[in-house]
Design a protein around this ligand. Structure first.
Ligand SMILES: NC(=O)c1ccc[n+]([C@@H]2O[C@H](COP(=O)([O-])OP(=O)(O)OC[C@H]3O[C@@H](n4cnc5c(N)ncnc54)[C@H](OP(=O)(O)O)[C@@H]3O)[C@@H](O)[C@H]2O)c1
Length: 329
């Protein structure tokens, strides 16, 4: 049985940053439930991770309709944890979900149509048992749906009380500008962009997603800041069976190879010279950029979450140059 501390010091460990020009403040570290929160995982460990995170001041939990396996099971487990006790703190939490990737059979379970987004949020609310999401995202740009239709669906979701704010994920700078124009006309609270970003993946510095979000007054929460575990100590001594690479998930088994690990070892030396673990340095590197509102981490144990909130975003020029020289892609 896990209960949260609810001490007045609950929020002392973590910095909160304002999400763009909105009134919403997010913790610099947020927890995502993409992996390790499904029906295949231990529910005791899931609860322990959620309560550990919340106790540390991680108030933001990120879901999507398809997180599992099977798709939907992470939302169901999150709902179970809420009804097992965590739900007492609902008003101290920011819970997000998304739709945009393939979720169910047929033409209405994928993309950016009004039909898909509205049916999907109804399903997600049922699975989690929530009355509303704090943030609801369109999960990826859909070239086959007019953006006006997606924008109107997001607007309807807010105006019907199913979400408080909306965001988009995996949109580039140009797509953000267009969506922002449409949602501004509708006065929809569009406050956040969710792209991937890490030492090993800097695409948002080049495709305008980071700079346009800043100009538009959107917050940016970045996913996979640890490159799915590569930028940690997880693979320094081989591939553990219970790791993402060990389970052959999301191409991690090929990303962990002799070349990548030799670079990870070089990064690990820089981190230890800074008095940090590699995970702490990788997260600190991301949040040193004040255009980033929050890093959205994944985890498989409470221990990883505890390690990941000890950040220090101050880097010397020498450290930054040394990190840049190690081209880990
Ligand atoms: N919008 C999108 O399209 C999209 C896409 C992907 C992710 N996301 C969101 O972003 C969240 C995070 O993504 P992610 O899981 O790829 O993030 P990540 O933080 O880059 O990777 C998390 C993995 O790194 C390992 N790890 C974390 N801390 C560690 C530590 N201190 N020491 C050793 N290993 C550590 C764990 O791997 P093991 O499991 O092997 O222990 C953990 O599962 C997702 O849950 C989801 O909410 C969004």
């Amino acid at each position: 049985m896990y209960t949260c501390r609810m001490e007045k010091y609950l929020y002392k460990d973590l910095e909160f940053r304002t999400c763009g020009g909105s009134g919403l403040r997010l913790p610099i570290v947020s927890l995502g439930l993409w992996n390790n929160f499904s029906f295949e995982d231990s529910f005791d460990n899931i609860k322990a991770m959620l309560h550990t995170a919340f106790d540390l001041g991680i108030t933001h939990f990120d879901l999507a309709n398809n997180y599992g396996p099977p798709p939907g099971s992470a939302e169901t487990n999150f709902g179970r944890a809420l009804s097992d006790g965590l739900g007492v703190y609902r008003d101290q939490m920011i819970v997000s979900s998304k739709a945009g990737y393939g979720m169910w059979e047929g033409p209405y379970g994928d993309g950016g149509s009004r039909k898909y987004l509205i049916s999907s949020i109804d399903q997600s609310l049922k699975r989690t048992g929530l009355e509303y999401f704090d943030i609801f995202y369109h999960h990826r740009f859909d070239p086959n749906t007019p953006m006006e239709e997606t924008a109107l669906a997001l607007d309807q979701i807010v105006k019907s009380g199913k979400a408080l704010y909306v965001g988009v994920s995996n949109y580039n700078g140009e797509q953000l500008v267009k969506m922002h124009g449409l949602l501004s006309d509708l006065k929809t609270p569009f406050i956040i962009s969710q792209p991937s970003y890490s030492i090993a993946n800097r695409w948002i510095e080049e495709n305008g997603a980071l700079s346009e979000a800043k100009k538009l007054g959107l917050g940016t929460i970045v996913f996979s800041p640890l490159a799915q575990g590569l930028l940690t100590s997880r693979y320094l001594k081989g591939v553990p069976k219970d790791s993402r690479a060990g389970k052959k998930r999301w191409g991690m088994d090929s990303r962990v190879n002799a070349d990548s690990i030799s670079k990870v070892k070089e990064l690990n030396e820089i981190a230890s010279d800074r008095g940090q673990t590699l995970a702490q340095m990788a997260l600190s590197w991301v949040i040193k950029n004040d255009s980033v509102t929050s890093v959205l981490i994944g985890a498989s144990s409470p221990k990883q979450i505890k390690e990941n909130i000890k950040l220090n975003p101050i880097f010397s020029k020498e450290e930054l140059d040394a990190i840049d020289k190690i081209r880990l892609i």
